[in-house]
Design a protein around this ligand. Structure first.
Ligand SMILES: NC(=O)c1ccc[n+]([C@@H]2O[C@H](COP(=O)([O-])OP(=O)(O)OC[C@H]3O[C@@H](n4cnc5c(N)ncnc54)[C@H](OP(=O)(O)O)[C@@H]3O)[C@@H](O)[C@H]2O)c1
Length: 269
């Protein structure tokens, strides 16, 4: 759906708090990215909201004159490329591509859900890669732009019940590191966003007693948007969880495994 002239005029009147004119967001119909989309739109950023066609996506677009729905499946690389091109044709160059489509499937070692594992890897890894492939070439040509990739702190350390999700987010963290190294001097920024637990439908199947330091989607979106304009390599929070999981990552395994087991016993996580 094209942005109407009314949308553009409304946008031009708005005071810009963020350094982006156009933000393309995948997973925009979801909890965290939907909240980010609304906050950006409130400040005059033109938001191109991508998810599969749904009433949720339409409702998001209807909530602000600065949000336009660009439905696409992130698993379809060609369709996602066409989607990014359509965003640029209709709204202008993508300044920020926030790649947030993702999912969680429980991992039970006694009944391994191989299909769920594959779907998680496909959405969380291929979905991000397809988004990068769709947005990055034009950014490189312009020597400008900002890629922001949704990872998770649980990509830093193996965790019981997290075999699929953790593996996918570990891949995303590694992908982000490779991209960051290669993007040096290109004018294109890259930020890896690694939250801890956020209260959203994504982890509804996760035992609530095990979600330590869980935060609301509003708090999560605020934390991300406070820091994202500065284009840091990583935005990781809450700090207690980030420190613990990154420490676990860097310790010798003979120390990290007992530490994680002790932590789980002590906290019920
Ligand atoms: N919630 C947490 O605790 C947490 C913590 C750390 C990181 N994260 C990450 O943050 C991101 C957002 O999480 P959330 O909790 O906000 O999830 P969510 O509410 O479940 O939203 C997921 C989004 O992904 C979209 N999506 C799923 N499959 C898609 C596909 N094939 N093509 C296009 N879009 C697709 C969904 O839209 P449709 O299904 O309508 O297409 C929805 O917009 C994810 O990457 C997640 O891993 C979440």
């Amino acid at each position: 759906m094209a942005a109407s002239p009314g949308k553009r005029n409304g946008n031009e009147r708005a005071e810009m708090k963020y350094p982006w004119k156009v933000a393309w967001i995948t997973g925009a119909s979801g909890a965290i990215c939907g909240e980010i989309a609304r906050r950006l739109a409130d400040q005059g950023v033109r938001v191109a909201a991508t998810a599969r066609p749904s009433e949720r996506l339409e409702a998001l677009a209807a909530s602000s004159p600065n949000i336009t729905a660009f439905p696409a499946d992130v698993l379809d690389a060609a369709a996602l490329k066409a989607c990014a091109a359509k965003v640029e044709a209709e709204l202008g160059p993508i300044d920020l591509a926030l790649l947030g489509a993702g999912m969680y499937v429980p991992f039970d070692i006694r009944a391994i859900d191989a299909e769920g594992f594959r779907r998680t890897m496909a959405l969380n890894v291929d979905g991000v890669l397809n988004g990068v492939a769709a947005a990055l070439p034009a950014m490189l040509d312009r020597h400008a732009g900002h890629l922001a990739i949704m990872g998770s702190l649980f990509g830093y350390a193996g965790w019981p019940g997290n075999g699929g999700y953790g593996a996918s987010k570990a891949a995303v963290i590694n992908l982000a590191e490779s991209l960051k190294l290669e993007l040096r001097g290109s004018g294109v920024g890259l930020t890896l966003i690694n939250p801890g637990f956020v209260d959203t439908p994504l982890n509804a199947s996760y035992d609530p007693k095990k979600k330590l330091f869980v935060m609301s989607k509003e708090r999560c979106a605020r934390k991300i948007l406070e820091r994202l304009p500065k284009r840091p390599y990583e935005i990781a929070f809450p700090p207690q969880v980030a420190l613990f999981l990154k420490t676990v990552r860097n310790l010798p395994r003979a120390v990290s495994f007992p530490l994680v087991r002790w932590f789980i016993k002590a906290t019920g996580a």
